[in-house]
Design a binder for this molecule. Sequence first.
Ligand SMILES: NC(=O)c1ccc[n+]([C@@H]2O[C@H](COP(=O)([O-])OP(=O)(O)OC[C@H]3O[C@@H](n4cnc5c(N)ncnc54)[C@H](OP(=O)(O)O)[C@@H]3O)[C@@H](O)[C@H]2O)c1
Length: 280
Amino acid sequence: MKVLVTGANGQLGYDVVKELQKQNIVCCGATRKDFDIVDFEATEKFITNYMPDVVIHCAAYTAVDKAEDEQGLCCLVNASATENIAQICKKINAKMVYISTDYVFDGTKDGFYEIDDKPNPINVYGRTKLLGEQEVQKILNKYFIVRISWVFGKHGNNFVKTMLKLGKERKELNVVADQYGSPTYTADLAPLLIEMIKTDKYGIYHATNEDVCSWAEFAEEIFKLAEMNVKVNHITTDEYPTKAKRPLNSRLSKEKLDKYFHNLPFWEISLEKFIKINEQ
Ligand SMILES: NC(=O)c1ccc[n+]([C@@H]2O[C@H](COP(=O)([O-])OP(=O)(O)OC[C@H]3O[C@@H](n4cnc5c(N)ncnc54)[C@H](OP(=O)(O)O)[C@@H]3O)[C@@H](O)[C@H]2O)c1
């Protein structure tokens, strides 16, 4: 099996390539230097030259607030480039993994979102990621759409790293306490994605770590595990206005993941591992 990973310099792409290498799977981690995914010809040339059996598409426009001002670019990267990559996968008969997001939902549901609940994104980023999902579904049969949320990993910037940095500078922080979801640790997700691509159990999956929290609870656990004495003041979304609206409820049901594969560890356990590694 030969695997091509896009966005190999990003949080998830980096760990996916590392895991493929660890498992001795032939792979190519492509970055923006290899090809810009919005350059459709360059993308096609690179991928058809490499002829992978699987493309794990981790590259994306991920700046959620900035996207409100850069709708065109965000759509080009998340929707049009994904469509292009799906067409290329069809042409070379490759499986495709498309990483998607909890932000395809509006967050108004009471309870966990099932994979077939109707998406209704409330920001530009979510709308473009949903368009990407729809293109993949339209073009391919052999696809995995994997929705994740609140991503943290060793490579790149994320909430955990931001909290650890701010915690060194301040004694107390205001953190939103009325948005609920589940963190996703890239080092847990990467082996699961590789397990998926070895099968033909195609379709949409939700794949975050287990257990739910608010951002404020996530921050408190970070400071507890890092043994930092920082007070977390619980504030509401209204008290922390951002350019892009965010869903209040990002709870994703992992019933299908558990049925066909297995659930990921509880986020608290993975966070502890991450903080230990980060301290080294
Ligand atoms: N981060 C989250 O909390 C979160 C939550 C839910 C879902 N997701 C999804 O999970 C996936 C991985 O996210 P992540 O956190 O690993 O993202 P990330 O760290 O922002 O990495 C994204 C990568 O995509 C690359 N990229 C962006 N535009 C490109 C272009 N035009 N051509 C080539 N490469 C381009 C970036 O390259 P440069 O470094 O050169 O810019 C970057 O390396 C994405 O599909 C994202 O939508 C993320």
